[in-house]
Design a protein around this ligand. Sequence first.
Ligand code: NAD
Ligand code: ZN
Ligand code: ZN
Length: 346
Amino acid sequence: MRAFQLVKWQQPPELREVPVPEPGPGQVLVKVGGAGACHSDLHIMQAPAALGEGTRLPFTLGHENAGWVDTPGPGVTGFASGDPVIVYGPWGCGLCANCRKGRENYCQHTSGQGGGLGSHDGGMADYLLVPASRFLIPLGTLDPREAAPLTDAALTSYHAVKRSLHLLGAGSTAVVIGTGGLGQMAIQILRAISTATTIVAVDTTAAKLEIATHMGADETLLSGDQAVTRIKDITRGQGAELVLDMVGVEPTLRMAARVARVLGHITLVGLGGGAVPVNFSSPPHECSVAAPYWGYIPELMEVIVLAQQQKIKVLIEHFPLEQAAEAYRLLHDGKIQGRAVITPHA
Ligand code: NAD
Ligand code: ZN
Ligand code: ZN
């Protein structure tokens, strides 16, 4: 089968011919419908060397996967060939306290890496080997080619919003910095589950802000000092209850610290590698900061329901497997409007 693999650090990935994996006991072979191209893959491709424990080269990229069950391994029940499924991405041990709560992203025994992140092959291939059927969620009527980004772009955003819902009462303000693949989902999720919150979208490009308006943002602002002034105006000088930084470079984090309010919260989602100093008055008093990684299995089930109810929808551009490199080039250049999804079986 074909697989789009990272072969050498800091070298372009290659489309290679590899054997179709055979599912062992408890495992499931999935025929890939869609594999989303996440900005994290660009960070991985640019990384100087191994990302974490268990990382090895070569490995197949693609950690945002959906498809159809091809072959359930021995002992697998509840799934049959042809079932449309989405793949929960962070693969934990399944047995530690966090895993038993469905929080395999925070497994206490593994790095919480799944396929496509260095330790296992990912979904930018004809087939994906999923190590346990508990990582599969049925898609029902959703098409895997349209649904794939729900398992990362939407799940990560859903987790980030849901853990701060207690801050988002009527009249509250949430700021989303960076309205690409993840930010667009965060806006729609805020719109769907926190209806009385004012949503402010911030990006560096006008085109992305126009999309943000269609996705439900109440106000859109170009990144910079004027955005800070305007957010202070909207919130009568108080700042926002919740700031989601989907970029994570120093300028966006600095902006986040300036637009968050006393007792508010800053969520750092972007892997831009930025940092800001903490002192007595910045971030504001009792404003907390957290950097969540991905989301929980039950939350992915909730995300699927939101999509089935048509409350969230990913803006997708499809690419055949042969054009995976081109999809990443466009993503790197800021030319993907929403999410690029690779479809090996288009
Ligand atoms: P993307 O390329 O689709 O979107 C990034 C957006 O940020 C673009 O619209 C871009 O114009 C905008 N942007 C860039 N610089 C900006 C600035 N200074 N101010 C405002 N906007 C700016 O990327 P994505 O796939 O949505 O990923 C976003 C980030 O989230 C990446 O760093 C990715 O690695 C990270 N990520 C984190 C997790 C997690 O679990 N924490 C999960 C997935 C992705
Ligand atoms: Zn990702
Ligand atoms: Zn575990």
